[in-house]
Design a protein around this ligand. Sequence first.
Ligand code: ADP
Ligand code: MG
Length: 702
Amino acid sequence: MYEKVCIPDIFGINVFNDAMMREHLPKPVYQELKKTIERGEVLNSSLADIIANAMKDWAVERGATHYTHWFQPMTGITAEKHDAFLAPPTGGKAIMEFSGKELIKGESDASSFPSGGLRATFEARGYTAWDCTSPAFLREDAAGITLYIPTAFCSYTGEALDKKTPLLRSMEAVSNQAMRILRLFGNTTAKKINVYSGAEQEYFLIDRELYKKRKDLIFTGRTLFGAPPPKGQELDDHYFGSIKERIACFMHELNVELWKLGVSAKTQHNEVAPAQHELAPIFDDCNRATDHNQLIMEAMKRIASHHGLACLLHEKPFQGVNGSGKHNNWSLGTDDGQNLLDPGKTPHENAQFLVFLTAIIKGVDEYADILRATAATPGNDHRLGSQEAPPAVISIFLGDQLVDIFDQIEHGEATSSIQGGRMRVGVNTLPDLKRDATDRNRTSPFAFTGNKFEFRMPPSSGSISGPNFVLNTIVADVLKEFADELENAEDFNAAVHNLIRDTYIAHKRIIFDGNGYSKEWVEEAQRRGLPNITNMVDAIPALVTEKSVRLFERHHVLNRLELNSRAEINYEAYTKQINIEAKTMIDIASKQIRPAAVKYAGEVAQSLVAIESTGADASVEKELLQEINENIKNFHECLKNLEEVTEQANLLQGSSYSRAVFYRDYVFEAMNALREPADRLEMLVDEDIWPFPTYGELLYNI
Ligand code: ADP
Ligand code: MG
């Protein structure tokens, strides 16, 4: 029997949120902290002790024994080191303590986390710094309760070593520049611009006992072998299908845990591939949304095990069925509640909306390569451009209505004037734009969906920090350029009109409303000069071009050193991942597949001899044996080749880029070659002998 849940009763009970802060802090301290959070002002450090003490009392009252600075190093997952709330005992008695210093700053050994060369130049020491804009929370599990303090992580000399720091910096950058535009349009009330993000998370759930029998899933998160099952996703019977009870129980426990953590888990459904599902929370400030997405992924993995399940967050766990992505819905809004990507009801608002829209179009076109780099993981290389996910080419879907408006502006009069108190932007009156006025386009990597953009490329396993901080920065950059121009304009309306028109004309090549999965589009995109970056290794260099360095330095989001370190970390991450995959393949091929195939060949040979000895026709057995043997031979050759290139790769000297290229061009290719005869053998060998669960079992056994 299920346990009844009342969402309002449990929502956020494990969070030191606004209500808790108000309750537990002296009023002046609460107000100071609020100012820091809302306006980004520096916290008066004399208040830290008071806040820390209140936080500790709240946590201890709830049963917490430990606290941890929770941070997001460049591994893509989160890190934590737990400390008990314990002061040096006096007279043998323990005293629970948590000081302001401990709240604000922590020390961690930066040398054990990826630093991409920053470590060689600087000391190993690293610091974690409290991010008071994302609330502290309690995490409960079977072992107890711990107070989690979201923090940023940097090196001894202040270089960002994490995913949070550039995100926070980029949010400030886009807020500053967007405010300049708003002021030009006469807005005097807004004080700050918020960035919102809502990340739809796709994932697979499979039986844990079967999972444990697959070394490839355990070591690499994806299947490296596996023949297609008789049934794939061709019947479209899984998408939005009724949710099986075991899965529903998992979802329920997940929701309850997330709600307690203040994560507004809202939508859940079965996805396209068998065993694939999705969870979407309600959008939030993009810093909190990023933290929450990490909590969602971590909770999914942990809670799956309570239900005898394993959660796979890899972008392509199974060849031949859809993989998983993460749709990052993104918008900008004022602190007094106006969504800047809402087309609005009046022409005046429309003009402002069109300025923001054009800025996004220009930003995405100019920096498409950097945006593409934020979606680059080894897993996503299997997904982008393979008829299930957006192509590797970045384009923007606007919908008929907006394209029509831009067309009018493009061909309309170049003058603009105020008429009857209404602003004309090249067209007499802009239509009252409504949300969902146009159809959707599921094949577009970057689609306008009514009052937000949906960036559909990000990888299911990755942090959404990258996509968000790049989007924030590129939009900040164009808004800066626009504001510089408009602030000096003699005739503001004419300048706005010209700016929208000229920008649209210069960047409309990025707009594409057709089928993004088609071959024709890839050719058309090439004619338009849009980059088509098909793999992670080719995607990384965009981070460190002079253009990129200037962009991120201009807005103080990342400096040259930090960008170089990120590129290094990415090359290394690619190399290490492919190396692990290759070694896992070698292990499975040598110790599981080859012995099974040889054993079965022996059995067939015995049958063949037995049948022949009776004088009966043994031609079928002969043919079968021959086919098995040919595949074993081919398999054996491919295995030897993979062993050789992997060994070569391990001995390679040279830059991390050149090593990544070698892994992509030789090791990865050798892996693909080995898989072919292995999957053919799976179809020939007796299933009782086959050494691990097949796709059919993994995908349909719940
Ligand atoms: P769909 O699958 O139809 O695209 P979902 O409901 O699954 O839509 O997810 C849409 C996501 O977009 C949700 O996380 C939602 O909260 C988020 N979202 C809605 N409005 C905004 C907005 N203005 N800014 C950012 N995200 C938004
Ligand atoms: Mg969805």
